[in-house]
Each structure stands twice: as C-alpha cells, then as structure tokens.
Design a binder for this molecule. Structure first.
Ligand code: ATP
Ligand code: FE
Length: 354
C-alpha cells in the first residue's frame, strides 16, 4: 500500500509518497530560509511558511508521481512533538486531504518516526530487526532508547538540560557561524586542532546514560570571554574551538552510550537518528564503538537524519502493518496536535476492531 505523508514540526515543510516495500515514490522538501536573518527558528514565521508552501509542494509531488488518489491508501502527518503552529498546519492539512478523499488518517509521533527510520528497506544495507539500541540526537532531543517493537520504546536515558543539536547550534552562534549552526560547525571543525582546548564533559564516567550539555556550552562561552568578540574571531581560533567542542561532545555521547550498551541485552545492532546523527565525526566514532562491542552500526543517509516526510510515511506503514496483524483498523482523525508527546504516551492512538 501507499501513504501520503506530511512533516511540518519545525522548519522543514516536507511531503512524501512512500510504498510499504520502502520505495520512495516521490518527495518534496522546502527548508525554510525565512529564519536565516533571525539566527534561529521563529515559531510564528515557521507556521505561516508551512501554510504558504505546503499546498504547492503536495501538488507538485502528486503531479510528478503520476499517482492518482485511487492508488493512495492513507494520509499521515506529524501530530507532535514540535512547534505547535507548524504541527497544527500540517496535521490539519493532512486531515483535510484524508476526509476529502475518504482515506484513513494516521497521526505520527515525530520522535517515533526518527526512531524507525533505520528500518526503511533500501536505506540500510541490512534489514534492521527488533530489538535495537538507538541514539536519538536532534535539535530538541537526546535520548538512548531500546526499540523493542513498533510503539514500544524503552527509555534508557536522556538529556537533563540541552539537546545535543541545541548545543551545536548555540556554540556555532557564539563562533559567529550562520544558522543553522550544526552543519557549519562540522565544516569549520575539519580545519581545527581538536586537542587545543580541554573542555568539561558533564556526567562523563558516571553510571547511567543520561546526558548533559549545558555546562559544555557555558565553558565555550567562558573561553570566548578571553577574546574580543566584537570583531570576527581569527579563523584558526574559531576552528580550534569548533574541533575541540565537537570532540568533547562526541566523547560525552560515546561514554553515555557505552553505559547504555551494557544496560541492554540481546540487541541486534546500534543505530542512530536525528539531525545531529548527520555529523560524520560523530558517526565515525559511533561505528568504532559498535565495532568494540561486535555490533553492526546503522545510520540513515544524511537527508533522512534531519527532518523529512519519508520517515513519517514509513512510521505510518509500520503502524498500519502492526494494526493489520492484530485485525485492527486505525482511525486517528480525532487525535489533536500536541507540542509535547513523549514516546511513553503513544497509546493515544484510536483502534477499531477490523
Ligand atoms: P526534534 O527532532 O528533536 O524535534 P528538530 O526536528 O529540530 O528537533 P532535526 O531536524 O532532527 O531536529 O535536527 C536538527 C538539528 O540537527 C539542529 O540542531 C542541527 O544543528 C543539527 N545538525 C544537523 N546537521 C548537523 C551536523 N552535521 N553536525 C551537527 N549537528 C547537526
Ligand atoms: Fe526532528
């Protein structure tokens, strides 16, 4: 079967047509430029930009796919967590499409979609089986999760302050890099000396797998207070700080994740997802960690680490397949958009006996 999916929880307006065998029939994404001059995502502007762009993107996608509505089985959209204005726009648009075309609507949790991305056939070179250990690290989240089944996520640890992506973005801003900061910081760090500055690694060496990044961010701020920041920083200095920061945050993540590996048993592999998982330096170190424990390591291609609608469509496919196996019919039209929606509260979905 085929799903039309919509994602609008942050600053990417995205839609996709995804088939249950994992084929991406067609996809459109518009990464909002509207926020560049503000140096960060402005929620009100994001919501209006989704409203402005979504209709054209969906129309373009359907036209290029050559599919007719007869060949589309359901409509799915992110219903949370995320910036609520955008979530309302995308989910209401999707519900409107579903009702007008008489298709079921499937409400998707954005974090669940990130978590299931590695299972999309064709994007990984191995078939990812449950259970697996997942490092989910993005702009708003940083968590270690044991993914035991669709809808079943064991939270092993999470950040007690900032998300990793937030730390990347804030440090990038301090270094004078353009928004979005994470990718720009990675590029700059390539030129730098990662051993020049010793930065603190909050929670390093402690038991458990919670994360903390705000102390690291503050330490970079303190370091910069020794320099004149009214003029652009010398490039080598900025690069050395970027590299030292990237190394330190990677070491922190690896230390916490190593504890997580020891907390679970019987996992098939180590996986990662979320925008920060697009970082190649981090990916290389995650691969080394996985090798140390004889685990395969899977990371989605870059464009499916950051926000996209393909992962929303795929999550819908997994949910539908699970419902069919249990002779259930999904009807999520009454699910309302939520700014917060922890994975532990996924049972909201409305099932009818088929
Ligand atoms: P969430 O998924 O938690 O709701 P989000 O949707 O805003 O948050 P994503 O699109 O998944 O987040 O990820 C965006 C984040 O990833 C940003 O903080 C961005 O800086 C970071 N990021 C993207 N690419 C890189 C990179 N190459 N290195 C480091 N960070 C990166
Ligand atoms: Fe995201």
């Amino acid at each position: 079967f085929t799903i039309l999916a919509i994602e609008s929880s942050c600053d990417d307006t995205a839609c996709a047509l995804v088939r249950s065998d994992g084929t991406i029939i067609s996809e459109q994404i518009y990464s909002q430029k509207e926020h560049i001059r503000f140096g960060g995502v402005v929620p009100e502007i994001a919501a209006r930009a989704h409203l402005y762009h979504l209709r054209n993107l969906v129309e373009k996608m359907i036209n290029t796919s050559n599919l007719s509505w007869n060949e589309i089985d359901a409509v799915a959209a992110t219903c949370g967590p995320g910036l609520i204005g955008g979530v309302i726009v995308g989910s209401s648009f999707a519900k409107g499409l579903a009702l007008s075309q008489n298709k079921p609507f499937i409400a998707i949790n954005h974090i669940e979609a990130h978590a299931l991305t590695v299972r999309i056939p064709n994007i990984s070179n191995i078939q990812v089986q449950f259970p697996y250990l997942l490092l989910l690290t993005s702009g708003g989240h940083c968590q270690c999760i044991e993914v035991t089944d669709v809808g079943h996520y064991r939270h092993l640890g999470g950040t007690i302050d900032d998300a990793a992506g937030e730390a990347f973005d804030k440090v990038a801003k301090m270094l004078g890099l353009p928004w979005p900061g994470g990718p720009a910081l990675e590029v700059l760090a390539k030129e730098g000396d990662e051993d020049r500055f010793a930065l603190p690694r909050p929670l390093y060496g402690r038991p458990g797998c919670d994360f903390s990044f705000s102390g690291l961010k503050t330490a970079v701020g303190n370091l910069l207070s020794d320099y004149d920041t009214t003029v652009p920083l010398p490039r080598t200095l900025a690069a050395d700080i970027a590299a030292s920061f990237q190394k330190t945050i990677t070491q922190s993540i690896l230390n916490r994740l190593e504890n997580a590996i020891q907390m679970v048993s019987g996992i098939s592999l180590l996986a990662t997802a979320g925008g920060v998982a697009a970082n190649k330096y981090l990916r290389n170190h995650l691969l080394n960690l996985a090798n140390k424990y004889n685990l395969p390591f899977i990371a989605p291609p870059m464009q499916y680490c950051t926000d996209n609608a393909v992962m929303i469509g795929w999550a819908a496919i997994e949910i539908l397949q699970q419902a069919r196996q249990n002779h259930m019919i999904i009807d999520d039209i009454a699910i309302l958009p939520r700014p917060r929606w922890p994975l532990s509260e996924l049972s909201q979905r409305i099932h009818h006996k088929g």
